[in-house]
Design a protein around this ligand. Structure first.
Ligand SMILES: Nc1ncnc2c1ncn2[C@@H]1O[C@H](COP(=O)(O)OP(=O)(O)OP(=O)(O)O)[C@@H](O)[C@H]1O
Ligand SMILES: [Mg+2]
Length: 478
């Protein structure tokens, strides 16, 4: 069964209420008007009867039927008067005139009074006998006037008035109904707006937001609904990111396993190729200046280095933690690096505090990681040279090493990928240098961040916690 909507409920309630009020008001209005009109009508007839009785005093006294008929006829011409009778005190009819008129009829009587002036002694007696006295006058009822009147006119008028009241009520009811319809619709429209948005969101359109509307309650509802959608959207984005990361990790793990297998499989044949080449060189007496043999040896060396790098990255290795002066360690790394640089037109500038800073770390792993970052910076500086600034400093609870170069920087589209294993933009690169450095930082409870310098070039920050990493047994692996 279809449920009654809020709009319908408000309308039904409003119509019942407005209907009740207008019918009630109409009935009260008709009743009060009726009472008022009937009282005025009776008062008028009573006044006419009194007026006739006053004028008939002398006529009744002398039984002047002619004169009385003139008065009666005059009165008969009055609206609603259907008959006039004047009687003496013996109830003898002195005049009785009637005219044709539609009923129903009612009677109105008024006494004909005679005011007699009394001499002094009689006045005293009458007073003792409790007769009606007015100063020195005695009032005597000498007859009566009876007016027969019709209520048809006033009844018709009342029907007319009741009809007008009825139509006024109907018009008030319709106007109130229309006004209420639009008011209730304006309330419901805002509610249904939120419902429609909820439905659209349910169908997957998560970007939709409810219109706050103009009513405080619906505004509150819409804002609460929108903030719920915002939080769902935020969670959805987070979930998507987590999902992406999980898939990436899964793919990397698969790829890592596969690559490890290939590396193992290639390493042995390479060893065989190298030893076979050595045997051949001896047997065929090939001298040192043979270009082809040099090429083969170079490529074998390169392949070997690549496989060593990869195995280093992929094989689990347990860091050997101990107390190390990390400031001294960076100084050594840079000194050694400078020696290896030969003709590279890049200057490495070192900014390190003179004092030593002891933290718990694996110096070999940190040296390899920082070596990779500095080598990248030197490579990014290119043949045109420039300077690479290596700065180490304590920042709160962390020890930070910043490596800043003046190269081309990292394109924004690649900035999230540079730490991914195998991501490289270099023809001879493995894409494992930074991935390995990240592993080392993580194994020490630290991290690596990257950004581009405002003046150009890239900035890598390698951070380790000064208190050391509590989990000394962490392995470095994919
Ligand atoms: N200082 C830098 N400036 C600009 N790009 C950089 C810098 N350091 C790293 N990159 C980018 O990050 C990529 C990944 O670096 P990573 O050290 O992991 O591998 P690689 O240097 O390409 O190879 P490998 O380290 O084996 O020689 C680089 O190929 C390069 O595109
Ligand atoms: Mg590198």
């Amino acid at each position: 069964m279809k449920k009654i909507t809020i709009h319908m409920r408000i309308l039904i309630a409003a119509f019942v209420m407005i209907g009740g009020v207008t019918i009630g008001l109409e009935m009260v209005g008709v009743l009060i008007t009726r009472q008022f009109m009937y009282t005025r009508f009776q008062d008028r007839i009573a006044f006419l009867a009194k007026y006739l009785a006053l004028n008939s005093e002398v006529g009744v006294l002398i039984a002047d039927k002619e004169g009385l008929s003139v008065f009666a006829r005059n009165l008969l011409s009055e609206k609603d008067v259907g008959g006039v009778a004047i009687l003496d005190n013996q109830d003898n009819e002195l005049v009785n005139l009637n005219r044709e008129m539609k009923g129903p009829f009612l009677l109105m009587e008024a006494p004909v009074l005679f005011k007699r002036t009394l001499p002094g002694n009689l006045l005293f007696e009458m007073s003792a006998a409790n007769s009606p006295l007015q100063k020195n006058k005695q009032i005597e009822e000498i007859g009566k006037v009876v007016i027969t009147y019709s209520t048809a006119g006033i009844d018709k008028l009342m029907v007319e008035i009741a009809r007008k009241f009825f139509w006024a009520s109907v018009i008030a009811f319709v106007i109130a109904g229309i006004v209420f319809f639009f008011i209730s619709r304006s309330i419901v429209v805002e509610l249904t707006g939120v419902v429609e948005i909820a439905r659209a969101v349910g169908n997957g359109n998560l970007s939709m937001r409810a219109n706050p509307g103009s009513l405080p309650e619906t505004t509150e509802l819409a804002l609460a609904f929108n903030s719920m959608l915002d939080s769902i959207e935020k969670h959805r984005i987070n979930l998507e990111a987590i999902n992406r990361e999980m898939n990436r990790q899964k793919n990397l793990a698969e790829m890592g396993k596969f690559s490890l297998m290939i590396a193992h499989e290639v390493k042995n044949p390479l060893g065989i190729i190298k030893s076979s080449l050595d045997v051949l060189k001896k047997e065929l007496n090939i001298g040192r200046d043979n270009l082809m043999v040099d090429y083969i040896e170079d490529e074998i060396r390169r392949l070997n280095a690549l496989i060593e790098d990869f195995l280093l990255f992929a094989r689990p290795a347990t860091p050997a933690f101990r107390q190390v002066d990390v400031n001294g360690l960076v100084r050594d790394i840079v000194d050694r690096f400078r020696l290896q640089m030969d003709n590279t037109p890049v200057e490495i500038i070192l900014e390190i505090p003179d004092r030593s800073l002891e933290i718990v770390a694996d110096p070999d792993l940190i040296a390899r990681a920082l070596n990779n970052i500095i080598r990248n910076a030197v490579e990014a500086s290119g043949a045109c040279g420039g300077e690479v600034r290596v700065r180490a400093a304590q920042e709160g609870e962390m020890w930070d090493v910043e490596v800043r170069d003046q190269g081309g920087g990292i394109p924004l589209s690649q900035i999230d990928q540079v730490f991914d294993p195998f991501f490289t933009t270099k023809s001879g690169g493995t894409g494992l240098g930074l991935a390995f450095a990240v592993q080392v930082a993580k194994a020490h409870g630290g991290m690596i961040q990257t950004a581009n310098n405002e003046t150009g070039g890239a900035l890598f920050t390698f951070s380790l916690p000064i208190r050391g990493h509590s989990d000394y047994g962490t392995n470095i692996s994919c």
